[in-house]
Design a protein around this ligand. Structure first.
Ligand code: ADP
Length: 533
């Protein structure tokens, strides 16, 4: 039974420790997985050697042949999601399919003799592993003695270049990856096990991880889990490296937050492209996070300053009430005491002062209402708008009669809303409709309709109308289109705007100068049975 186990021995010992007479299907699929490691070595090292080989040299030609044959040998292994034939007959046919390609690779090795490179030794070792497999069905460990450890010089590393952590138990796989990445200017950190990977992640500022899924101590998925549940590490993108027949594990790793994947053996150009794209996405995400954080800070500062301003406006207008009341009271006293002794001019002067004090009082009241409009609670309830409008018109009876106005309205529905807010806005609009009238008696009409997700209130008048260039400005504080002959503070519509804004609606005016205006505002629709939102 022990000879049926294929086991990866981990860092420092390339290849597989045991061989086996594969008899059960699981062993066959693991063996197929094991075959990818030497093929990966052959492809990785020959591509790097080819770059250094003189153009047109015999060694260069031999390397090209080896690459082509290694790719053909890879094609003999089942592709992702492909049909794995795990029977013993399937194994025999795999060996015979791979044999010509492995033999062709082996035949080319003598042409590499002049290259005098440790990489050639590593490649030879990998070809020997495959040769043993096609001859005997065994997958033996690589001849470790032939591989002399060596320090590889880094490529042109740019300052601020991305730091990539390579996690792979196989030393040659790491070596190939490290050299491919260094050449593109990446700063590389290596980990030969899952635990070492987690240590490296916590001790270095890593920008991306290349993670092999098959490892002895804790596997790639566990590393991924640990990384994605750590709030300091979870944003680091992970590219999973796996064999094509580990599709299930790849899918699981994507579900757990891996950014991308590559099947072994992979093309260095593809690796670089995917890694760059991954790092670019991370850069954009980091940038967005930084922007959002800055935006949140600015919003909080704005909110604070707004609240300060509101407190100031409230306090100032509140404190101004008392002196204005005193001025009004003393003016009245003066008028009463001096009464008959006042001449026409003096009487007029006192009247002016009283008028100014009254305007000041209105202004202060409006400012207070404006400040309260953003803090007063919005209490949602079922409002019978027919009742609300009837009561409002009743309250405004003296103004309506004085203006000789007619006020009409469509049948009004019940709706869920904040009655106080609606009343305040309608009162302002109705009063304005009568204030800014023409010679002819004012006719004001109110309507209320439901439009998809909101209610629309409209107040139509036949008054003076507003020039198009002012239709937006009149909703700002202190913006008046009329002189003092029509009393007002220029705050009424700003109050309406604030009330409607706070309730998630919108207010605007359509107007025709000389013919009249229609002021409309919307409020969100809340189902009558539902609780207030
Ligand atoms: P106030 O009425 O106190 O001046 P408002 O904020 O209510 O302040 O209105 C701002 C300005 O918009 C008014 O001064 C007036 O010039 C104009 N306005 C408001 N309502 C009407 C209307 N129905 N018809 C014509 N002009 C209007």
């Amino acid at each position: 039974m022990s000879r049926q186990t294929v086991k990866n021995r981990g860092a420092g010992t390339a290849g597989f420790s045991l061989m086996l007479q594969p008899r059960v299907s699981q062993d066959l699929s693991r063996l197929r997985h094991g075959l990818r490691t030497p093929l990966n070595h052959i492809l990785g090292y020959s591509e790097m050697l080819l770059e250094g080989a003189p153009a047109g040299s015999a060694a260069g030609e031999a390397l090209r042949t080896i690459i082509a044959e290694a790719q053909r040998a890879c094609d003999c292994l089942p592709a992702a999601g492909g049909n794995n034939d795990n029977s013993e007959a399937g194994m025999l046919s795999l060996r015979s399919d791979m044999r010509p390609h492995v033999t062709a690779m082996s035949d080319q090795l003598p042409a590499l003799a002049n290259l005098d490179n440790t990489d050639v030794d590593r490649m030879k070792s990998a070809v020997s592993q495959l040769m043993l497999f096609v001859r005997s069905g065994e997958l033996a460990p690589a001849a470790a003695a032939s591989v002399t450890p060596r320090v590889h010089p880094r490529g042109d590393q740019q300052p601020g270049s991305a730091r990539v952590l390579i996690v792979d138990e196989d030393e040659n796989n790491r070596d190939i990856l490290r050299r491919q990445l260094s050449r593109h200017g990446y700063d590389v950190v290596e980990a030969a096990s899952g635990r070492a990977a987690l240590r490296a992640l916590r001790g270095n500022a890593i920008d991306a991880v290349l993670l092999d899924l098959v490892m002895g101590d804790i596997n790639g998925l566990e590393v991924l889990n640990a990384l994605k549940t750590d709030e300091h590490l979870r944003e680091i993108p992970v590219l999973v490296i796996s064999a094509a027949d580990e599709l299930g594990a790849v899918a699981a790793s994507i579900a757990r937050g891996a950014e991308d994947y590559l099947f072994k053996p992979f093309d260095p150009v593809l690796l670089h492209a995917r890694l760059s794209a991954t790092l670019e996405r991370k850069r954009l995400r980091d940038q967005e996070r930084t922007r959002n954080a800055a935006l949140e800070r600015v919003t909080a500062a704005l909110k604070r300053s707004n609240e300060d301003l509101q407190r100031f406006a409230y306090a100032a207008s509140h404190d101004l009430q008392a002196p204005v009341r005193t001025v009004t009271a003393y003016l009245q006293l003066l008028e009463r005491r001096l009464g008959p002794r006042l001449n026409e001019d003096e009487r007029e002067m006192i009247a002016f002062a009283q008028g100014a004090a009254r305007r000041m009082h209105t202004l202060i009241q409006d400012l207070l209402t404006y400040s309260r409009a953003s803090t007063a609670p919005c209490h949602l309830e079922t409002v019978d708008c027919e009742e609300l409008v009837t009561a409002l018109v009743d309250d405004l009876r003296s103004i309506i009669e004085e203006a000789g106005a007619t006020v009409t309205w469509d049948p009004m529905p019940r709706l869920v809303a904040d009655a106080t807010g609606i009343r305040q806005v309608l009162q302002n609009l109705l009063t304005n409709a009568m204030k800014y009238r023409r010679e002819e008696p004012p006719h004001v009409h109110l309507s209320l309709i439901r439009e998809s997700d909101h209610w629309r209130f409209c107040v139509r008048d036949n008054g003076q109308g507003i020039e198009p260039e002012y239709t937006a400005r009149i909703f700002e504080m202190f913006q008046r289109l009329h002189g003092d002959d029509i009393p007002g503070s220029g705050i009424g519509l700003a109050i309406c705007q604030r009330i409607v804004d706070r309730r998630g609606g919108r207010i605007w005016v359509d107007s025709e100068p000389g013919r009249g205006s229609t002021f409309c505002f919307t409020l969100p629709f809340h189902p009558e049975t539902g609780a207030a939102a």
